[in-house]
Design a protein around this ligand. Structure first.
Ligand code: B4P
Length: 196
């Protein structure tokens, strides 16, 4: 069997990572692994992990690296990830990049590409406020959204240069219709030889 794609999605909160991850995972036939979704499911089920991370997430802070890294390392060991995966929202810190490098070197093949989804601040704030009205996520208040943006700028945006230096970065404009953004990503990936 041909080995499937190993991809990362990176971008500010509200850029469309979760939205595009589901579509790309289905196009490539690999699981979408969202650390945000994993944490939210644990909060909803009031697991020990959920109780630990709820206040951190509600405040728009990052969950500590040791917790996040252990969850992703375990998830990547599940059988559905053995033939490729799409990581949505991980890694977000240098320590998470180091751990992912270690896990991939030990148990997987290297990444094929890192997709950066760009969107300006006003657009993402308005998307997330709309989602707040529809879904009531605790971290989608304007104050927490702006804090999440600043955490992203300080801790995660610098990783983009690192992936560019590794020759893995593909950058796509996240504005416009969801279908158009998906098409842009698929064609940018095809341009670097990663074909669905
Ligand atoms: P995430 O779940 O990753 O939340 P997010 O950054 O807001 O992105 P999300 O995927 O939900 O939104 P999307 O852009 O798809 O993280 C939440 C929290 O979990 C973090 O703050 C942190 O506390 C914790 N966490 C997660 N990963 C972590 C890690 N690695 N380390 C530490 N902590 C971690 O979409 C937003 C909205 O835009 C949606 O309503 C969508 O419908 C809409 N939208 C999407 N595309 C659109 C388009 N083209 N046009 C109009 N609207 C669009």
């Amino acid at each position: 069997m041909t080995s499937g794609a190993r991809l990362l999605l990176i971008g500010p909160p509200g850029a469309g990572k979760g939205t595009q991850a589901a579509r790309l995972a289905s196009a490539f036939g690999v699981p979408a692994i969202s650390t945000g979704d994993i944490f939210r499911a644990n909060v909803a089920n009031q697991t020990e992990l959920g109780v630990k991370v709820k206040a951190i997430m509600d405040a728009g802070e990052y969950v500590p690296d040791d917790i996040t890294n252990a969850i992703v390392a375990d998830r990547l060991r599940e059988s559905d990830a053995s033939n490729g995966f799409l990581l949505d929202g991980y890694p977000r810190t240098p320590e998470q990049v180091a751990e992912l490098d270690r896990v991939l070197a030990a148990e997987h093949e290297p990444l094929n590409a890192v997709v950066q989804i760009e969107a300006d601040t006003d657009e993402v704030v308005s998307r997330l406020l709309k989602r707040a009205a529809e879904q009531g996520r605790a971290d989608d208040t304007e104050e927490v959204i702006r804090h999440r943006m600043s955490v992203y700028a300080a801790q995660t945006a610098p990783l983009i240069d690192l992936f560019a230096q590794r020759g893995l970065l593909v950058t796509v404009d996240g504005l416009g219709a969801v279908d158009d953004v998906t098409e842009r990503i698929l064609s940018a990936l095809a341009g670097v030889g990663v074909v669905a």
